[in-house]
Ligand binder design. Structure first.
Ligand code: FAD
Ligand code: SF4
Length: 508
């Protein structure tokens, strides 16, 4: 009886693949499955599906070249809609299924059930890609009911000895936010260093064609697909980012500009989440560039915070707080997702820009996800589950372990344990950090009336609705004080405008 080693679509680690250390080519087999359900359990952007299939097909070719006995089930060439059904059909004569832990508990649960039903042992091994195992995270979290990135990040820096000078942070500070996160001002970003993009080869084109054929009605364009789909391309993308964009990454991390979806961002989330590249490589290359004086410490620290801090932090939260996280809704928000989330056709220029580029590329950078679509969803009281399913569907880098905590914990504050206050802001913030308001029919400073910015109206209304809940939070003291200063008749007009807006969200 043989063992079946299952490699999932986001487990495409470079050689030596960590699942295969004890693989015995004489008796064991390798299995990779393309399953329709992975594109349909949420209404996935076609570039997201194409990315997974293209990267899987490239990894499969490398496994075959290395001599592994591989069964690869292509979309449309097998009758099974789900990973679990396809696995179940291959279990005859199998002694054990061996896999790395899945990044989506939905998938892990279904595979567990398939093996259990067949009476086959399932051996799930930890994924060494991550810099904080679920056990280490549980130890760090201990009995804390509030989990804060800053403490986790410092703990990670110390234990992995990253940007440290002995026991102290390099440069004497853990955080260089004061140097980072600037706005472009009136003149915009100027000349931008374009990111390295990868023209689809024949294998990637086959994946794109299969997605177009199988999911013709799914959202999102396939025309601009240029993501790295192999470890070698991921390495090239990293080198390009470090040479050309990392030096200014921190400075422009939070800025937004019309028609510029990528700015100084790394575009590495897809390569990281598919495991095409190891985060240790990314961190070491960043540290080396900083040590060589090619990258300022503030930029290196700002970037490393995202990889060593946020990325590992949200994964720890996902595994510790599922399934409660998935259905969290602390504000009891119930508004349905407006239809224009799937088309970008709204008169709110910022939302149209961010959703438009999302549909075109499957990409928006962090502040666009957090402070434009996420902020709007929070302020308008959209149903958190519908919003989370949208984020899971439309971003090429979306995998449950990273999408769910970012959406439900950070952006929507539906699950309260992750941030010390909701990330909410009025149109004034968006006006400061972008040029979107210049071409908008709404006015960012107006709170009420026909041309009032919907963010601004809903921001003041959100504060007013939850004033009692927020009163104990010192980080919200200033906004609440400003709310108190508003005359009663203005507060009345804000409520009226709120009612008007919420009754017509589809026409915004
Ligand atoms: P950069 O800005 O260059 O950042 C560098 C890297 O840091 C990223 O590649 C990513 O690996 C990591 N990173 C940065 N911020 C975060 C974060 N908050 N959580 C985890 N990793 C982070 N990221 C995903 O990878 N998949 C998702 O499904 C996802 N969903 C999100 C949903 C919402 C509502 C929000 C607010 C954020 C989400 N993020 C998600 C985090 C972040 O927006 C993306 O990682 C980032 O925009 C990817 O672009 P980039 O590679 O150019 O990132
Ligand atoms: Fe967005 Fe309001 Fe600015 Fe329009 S005015 S772009 S809706 S923030």
């Amino acid at each position: 009886m043989s063992r079946l080693f299952l490699v999932l679509g986001d487990q495409l680690h470079p050689d030596p693949h960590p699942l295969l250390a004890d693989f015995d080519a004489a008796s064991d087999r390798l299995l990779m499955i393309e399953a329709t359900e992975e594109s349909t359990h949420v209404w996935s952007h076609r570039a997201r599906s194409a990315l997974f299939l293209a990267a899987m097909r490239h990894r499969a070719a490398a496994f075959r070249d290395a001599g592994y006995p591989l069964d690869y089930l292509r979309l449309g060439e097998h009758p099974h809609a789900t990973l679990a059904a396809a696995l179940a059909a291959r279990l005859a004569g199998v002694r054990a299924v061996v896999m790395l832990e899945a990044g989506d508990q939905r998938v892990q649960g279904a595979l567990d059930a398939a093996c259990r039903a067949a009476g086959v042992a399932l051996l799930v091994r930890p994924d060494p890609h991550f810099l904080c195992s679920t056990e280490a995270f549980a130890e760090w979290a201990g009995t804390r009911d509030k989990l804060r990135l800053e403490y986790f990040y410092r703990w990670q820096r110390k234990r992995h000895d990253v940007l440290m000078a002995g026991d102290e942070p390099l440069g004497g500070q853990w955080n260089f936010d004061a140097d980072n996160r600037q706005a472009f001002g009136r003149h915009g970003p100027g000349l931008l260093p374009p990111p390295l993009r990868f023209a689809p080869d024949a294998l990637t084109r086959s994946a794109i064609a299969d997605v177009a054929r199988h999911f013709p009605m799914h959202p999102g364009s396939l025309d601009s697909f240029a993501w790295p789909v192999t470890s070698a391309q991921a390495e090239a993308a990293l080198a390009d980012f470090i040479a050309h964009r990392l030096p200014d990454f921190g400075r422009w991390q939070d800025a937004m500009w019309s028609g510029q979806p990528f700015l100084w961002h790394s575009l590495l989330s897809t390569a990281l989440n598919l495991k095409l590249i190891d985060p240790r490589r990314v961190i070491a290359a960043t540290e080396a560039a900083c040590a060589a004086g090619r990258v300022p410490l503030a930029a290196a620290e700002g970037f490393i915070r995202q990889i060593l801090g946020w990325r590992e932090f949200v994964r720890g939260i996902y595994h510790r707080h599922m399934p409660a996280l998935a259905s969290a809704n602390q504000y009891d928000h119930r508004q349905p997702l407006p239809a224009w989330f799937w088309s970008g056709r709204t008169q709110a220029a910022c939302l149209a820009a961010v959703i438009g580029q999302t549909l075109e590329h499957g990409y928006a950078h962090h502040i666009q996800r957090l402070m434009i679509t996420g902020n709007f969803a929070l302020l308008a009281g959209l149903d958190p589950r519908q919003v989370a399913d949208w984020y899971l569907a439309v971003y090429v880098d979306a995998v449950a372990w990273v999408e769910e905590p970012n959406t439900l914990g950070m952006a929507l504050n539906a699950w309260p344990g992750m941030t010390s206050k909701p990330y909410c802001a009025s149109g004034a913030y968006i006006d400061r950090m972008s040029d979107y308001c210049r071409s908008c029919r709404y006015r960012p400073k107006e709170r009420s009336g026909e041309t009032a910015c919907p963010f601004t109206t809903l921001y003041w209304d959100f504060l007013a609705r939850h004033a009692r809940r927020f009163a104990a939070n010192p980080r919200l003291a200033l906004p609440l004080k400003n709310l108190q200063r508003l005359p009663a008749d203005e507060r009345e007009r804000i409520s009226e405008r709120r009612d008007w807006l919420l009754a017509r969200l589809d026409d915004l």
